[in-house]
Ligand binder design. Structure first.
Ligand code: BES
Ligand code: MN
Ligand code: ZN
Length: 487
């Protein structure tokens, strides 16, 4: 996987500032005096830094943004980055400051004069996330040079940064999976990458097509039956808690979604390599939990399939029987994600008797119509549980917004021939998808469905990710687990 940027933490050494190459970063607050390291940079630059700190331009900057002093006289650096960062600042501001540093970074790396800033670990985290670069398939993607944080207590800072580095690694794992094209990330390759996480202490089990057949997962298998790649369900267990039922995380892992016989239009179809984003997020969370040895029991279960048109592919009008026994009329083979999740949700509930379940899926275009790329859509059968999830998302700065799941929508997915149908057309498209999933969750099990179609791969860069996959949800779910599931 893509390794996060090399960040080291060392003792403050003012003598090294003049010779540092690349970017030298100074934190300052408008209206306040510079710290020791800032004063050193100011002396080296013959007063330029102080003038910048006292400027109106600096006073007007948003916290976390920066002024650039390029090719400073008196220093070996190419750039002094003057970051507006109050001593007492929110986590989000510190992460934004880190992202600002990443955007200024080049091949020569940099030196961050963190001194005793209380949020320096969060700065390093924002820096790592924004400095993600996926270069498996092109050597032309240049790498960033290493970054050194000089701090008054580097051991303490390194300790604070450790769980955040585990989180960054989880996010990177998700982003890599979403970036990989479908000829490389086949269902088998995906399963192998998950199995490799056994080295981290996760217990990984792969259910093959014959097993899924035995379990009666005809809804999931029907989606994959037109593909040369075998359908699989992968179960990842992290048992870091006491004897208690686990939290179950379920992910849609459609490695490519052509739409099947209900074929999608050609323009933009290449984006459907990201249709395994839900499974990618579940995998990233499991990786983080293992890396930081979380004190919680969590099981991650992903359904890996490819939705292809073929002589053996399922047809519109087919009726399949899910593992639960609910029969489904397949109106549209492009509404495949819910067929996969139906069987995986049921399996999670029946085999693990979870305390709670959360599924993540790039499930509908309709959620993008409703919420754009700023928020994932959150549906739940339990307001308190949804509240916890939304709070975690807010704390981590990942957009999430509640959408309704009332019984009145049930009628929209009634089928003439089977128990339910998999598509109700355009009205309330994200809600009817969630309503479909509701049939496979017992009402007494707290459950959230998160439609991440708009946030997994937004069209532009975001604060903490370059253009490409965000890894949406790894931070939120890690926070939720830390706050609500760890004793
Ligand atoms: N994978 C798509 C949803 C999607 C769309 C994800 C855009 C990311 C970006 C899903 O399988 C799908 O095709 N949904 C259909 C459902 C419809 C046929 C009821 C949709 O949203 O159009
Ligand atoms: Mn589809
Ligand atoms: Zn899909």
């Amino acid at each position: 996987m893509t390794e996060p940027l090399a960040i080291s933490f060392t003792e403050t050494d003012l003598e090294a500032v003049a010779e540092a190459s690349g970017v030298v970063v100074v934190f300052a607050e408008s209206g306040r005096n510079l710290g020791l390291a800032g004063r050193r940079v100011n002396r080296l630059t013959h007063g330029a830094l102080k003038r910048a700190v006292e400027s109106e331009a600096f006073a007007k900057l948003d916290h976390g943004s920066a002024l650039r002093l390029e090719w400073p006289a008196g220093m070996a650096a190419e750039l002094v980055l003057l970051v507006s960062l109050p001593r007492r600042c929110e986590v989000s501001v510190a992460r934004k400051a880190g992202a600002t540093i990443a955007r200024a970074l080049g091949a020569k790396g940099g030196l961050v004069l963190a001194e005793s800033h209380a949020r320096a670990a969060e700065v390093s985290f924002g820096l790592a996330l924004r400095a993600y670069r996926f270069n498996y398939h092109s050597a032309e993607t240049p790498a960033y040079g290493p970054v050194r944080f000089m701090a008054n207590n580097p051991e303490k800072l390194a300790q604070e940064a450790q769980p955040l580095a585990a989180l960054a690694e989880g996010v990177f794992f998700t982003r890599d999976l979403v970036n990989e094209p479908a000829n490389i990330l086949t269902t088998s390759d995906f399963a192998a990458r998950l199995a490799a996480m056994q080295e981290l202490g996760l217990d990984v089990e792969i259910l093959e097509e014959a097993d899924l057949e035995t379990l009666g997962m005809r809804a999931l298998l029907a989606v994959g039956q037109g593909s040369e790649s075998p359908s699989k369900v992968v179960v990842m267990k992290w048992n870091g808690g006491a004897e208690e039922p686990p939290l179950a995380l379920i992910g849609k892992g459609v490695v490519f979604d052509t739409g099947g016989i209900s074929l999608k239009p050609g323009a933009g179809m290449e984006e459907m390599t990201m249709d395994m984003g839900g499974a990618g997020t579940v995998a990233g969370v499991m990786r983080t939990l293992a890396l930081r040895k979380a004190r919680a029991n969590v099981v991650g279960i992903v359904g890996l399939v490819e939705n292809m048109p073929d002589g053996r592919a399922q047809r519109p009008g087919d009726i399949v029987t899910s593992a639960k026994g609910v029969t489904i009329e397949v109106i549209n083979t492009d509404a495949e994600g819910r067929l996969v999740l139906a069987d995986v949700l049921w399996y999670a509930q029946e085999h693990f008797a979870p305390r709670a379940m959360i599924d993540l899926a790039t499930l509908t275009g309709a959620v993008i119509v409703g919420l754009g790329h700023d928020n994932a859509g959150v549906f739940s059968n339990d307001d308190a549980f949804a509240g916890d999830l939304l709070k975690a998302a807010r704390q981590e700065g990942e957009g999430a917004w509640p959408l309704p799941l009332q019984p009145s929508y049930d009628r929209l997915i009634k089928s003439r021939l089977a128990d339910i149908k998999n598509s109700a057309g355009r009205p309330a498209g994200a809600i009817t998808a969630a309503t479909f999933l509701k049939h496979f969750v017992a009402p007494e099990v707290p459950w959230c469905h998160i439609d991440i179609a708009g946030v997994a791969l937004p069209p532009t860069e975001t604060e903490l990710a370059p253009k490409g996959p965000t890894g949406w949800g790894v931070m939120t779910l890690n926070r939720l687990i830390a706050d609500k599931f760890e004793g």
